[in-house]
Design a protein around this ligand. Structure first.
Ligand SMILES: *[C@@H]1O[C@H](CO)[C@@H](O)[C@H](O)[C@H]1NC(C)=O
Ligand SMILES: *[C@@H]1O[C@H](CO)[C@@H](O)[C@H](O)[C@H]1NC(C)=O
Ligand SMILES: *[C@@H]1O[C@H](CO)[C@@H](O)[C@H](O)[C@H]1NC(C)=O
Ligand SMILES: *[C@@H]1O[C@H](CO)[C@@H](O)[C@H](O)[C@H]1NC(C)=O
Length: 484
């Protein structure tokens, strides 16, 4: 508990926006779990036999709802933009009155030949509208908090992009049964997201047989593989490709507690953020394998936080948001190459505008980046590597990408996690290029690609939009980005 508060304070005291953002939710979770010394049960049963217990998903009639969800134009949207956008709720449990919110952007050209891609942000408990409005969506919000500018590198250039806020209690997604908020978990999130998808495909039946991919970042390193697993299991149970899933891509993704924690402190040390003595002490006194961290270990990790100081841990070289509550309302339109460190506040301002909420077809809601109604997380998995192995066995395309200046879920954590799978190497470590510059590095393993994005923070498309789009296009094409 002490450690949990420390993590929180370090980031709130300095007036950073970071206290709210997704990966801090993850650290609260990891720290609260380890300080309670609780044993985490594995609710995921990665076995073929699990397919025997079958109960069909709830499906409601969806006729005509797509047209009602159509967005004419978002408030502040630049004139003359011609894209099809939709948003609204889909009920996932009629008895509880539980509904999930989505925002869908059709590719402006040849949408019928392009795949359907789901994007999920992490937390747990953070909104995928973070991805839509500050990472890879068709628009970003200007510093005035009211007007939008075009993202030339929107992922909707190459795919039909679906953003889902899950579970209920996150963003605009809600339940009329408030006790649902006490049962938030990896498992319930995957189950509700699955029911959402089945209903969404009824609402937009032209996408039913489309190639489908799931992408996401941070704690979506859990959500994405778990949902992919759930989809495959249900396809098997029903003996049909109800959802035509082909692969997943996860960025700066938390997939395994032990290797990720080791990778975290090695990254901090090798990037000159903490002292030799503190690094040594962490590895001497913290037993990351056991999942229960001693008081001594907590103290040293606090020391590491103090030594690091007031930097943006999501991009250690980026400016921080110093005057978060003072938006510059006369600011010139933003640039896609210049990520506003106060984006979180700008997003909260925009998405809480009653006109914006009306346009998005939601009931009046106090929208947060990360949920304040979900207070417990019930089944965090210490590792999802077994699910990753399962997806590899099932022939799913699996890309693990990483912005290499993120110090929250850093590239070292991803490397240690992947190394522990002991997969054979198919393409040795090499640079990949975009516009004659190194976009990052990659190493292809049998069944899985590790790929970095040079100069990108935790939210990769926010900081390196062009490289992120190049990576995403390569992923969809199933080809490695160029070696020169
Ligand atoms: C996993 O599935 C197997 C086979 O159906 C079953 O025997 C076992 O009890 C399940 N384990 C859990 C934890 O549900
Ligand atoms: C929740 O309750 C409100 C008010 O009764 C109702 O309008 C809404 O449809 C309910 N939501 C769901 C998902 O059933
Ligand atoms: C599954 O589908 C295939 C092809 O449609 C069919 O041949 C097979 O009998 C089905 N199996 C079951 C268990 O329904
Ligand atoms: C606000 O933006 C304008 C236009 O870019 C700029 O001239 C001004 O210095 C900014 N004000 C502050 C307080 O940053």
């Amino acid at each position: 508990m002490i450690k949990l508060l420390t993590f929180f304070c370090v980031f709130t005291l300095f007036g950073l926006s970071n206290a709210d953002i997704q990966a801090n939710k993850l650290f609260e979770l990891i720290n609260s779990k380890s300080s309670r010394n609780s044993h985490v049960t594995n609710t995921w049963n990665v076995s073929e036999e699990a397919a025997n217990e079958f109960s069909p998903a709830y499906i409601a009639p969806q006729d005509g709802l797509a047209q009602l969800d159509k967005i004419v134009a978002l408030p502040g949207q630049p004139a003359g933009v011609n894209i099809n956008q939709y948003s609204g709720y889909a009920t996932v449990n009629p008895n509880a009155g539980r509904a999930l919110f989505y925002y869908f952007v059709e590719s402006p050209s040849d949408s019928s030949t392009k795949p359907l891609v789901l994007w999920l942000n992490g937390g747990p408990g953070c909104s995928s509208m973070i991805g839509a409005m500050s990472e890879l969506g068709p628009f970003r919000i200007n510093s005035d908090g009211k007007t939008l500018f075009i993202n030339d590198y929107a992922w909707s250039n190459v795919a039909n992009m679906l953003f889902l806020e899950s579970p209920a209690g996150v963003g605009f997604s809600y339940s009329n049964t408030s006790s649902d908020y006490d049962h938030a978990s990896d498992k319930n999130t995957a189950d509700d997201s699955y029911v959402f998808l089945v209903n969404w495909l009824e609402r937009f039946p032209q996408y039913k047989t489309r190639d489908f991919y799931i992408t996401g970042e941070s704690y979506a390193g859990h959500y994405v593989p778990e949902l992919a697993y759930t989809i495959l299991l249900n396809n098997k149970k029903t003996n049909q490709s109800i959802i035509n899933i082909k692969g997943i891509a996860i960025g700066n993704a938390w997939v395994d507690d032990e290797t990720s924690l080791r990778g975290l402190y090695d990254h901090w040390w090798t990037h000159g953020l903490i002292s030799d003595a503190t690094h040594d002490a962490i590895f001497k006194y913290c037993d990351f394998a056991s999942g229960s961290l001693s008081a001594l270990c907590h103290n040293i990790r606090d020391k590491a936080m103090d030594e690091m100081g007031n930097i943006d841990v999501y991009n250690i070289y980026a400016p921080i948001c110093l005057t978060p509550k003072q938006r510059n309302t006369s600011a010139i339109p933003g640039s896609i190459y210049n990520f506003d460190p106060c984006s979180d506040y700008i997003m909260e301002f925009y998405l809480n505008d009653p006109m914006v909420q009306k346009t998005l077809h939601v009931k009046p809601t106090s929208w947060d980046l990360c949920s304040h109604v979900l207070t417990t997380w019930n089944d965090h998995q210490v590792t999802i590597l077994p699910i990753i192995k399962h997806l590899i066995e099932k022939g799913q395309r699996l890309w693990v990408f990483s912005g290499d200046v993120d110090a929250r879920v850093p590239v070292t954590s991803s490397r240690y996690s992947i190394n522990s799978l002991n997969l054979p190497v198919e393409t040795a470590w090499r640079p990949w290029y975009l516009n004659k510059e190194v976009g990052g590095y990659l190493e292809a393993y049998k069944g899985l690609l590790l790929i970095t994005v040079r100069g990108a923070g935790h939210t990769v498309p926010s900081y390196q939009p062009q490289r992120a789009l190049a990576l995403f296009s390569s992923f969809l094409g199933g080809i490695l980005p160029p070696s020169s």
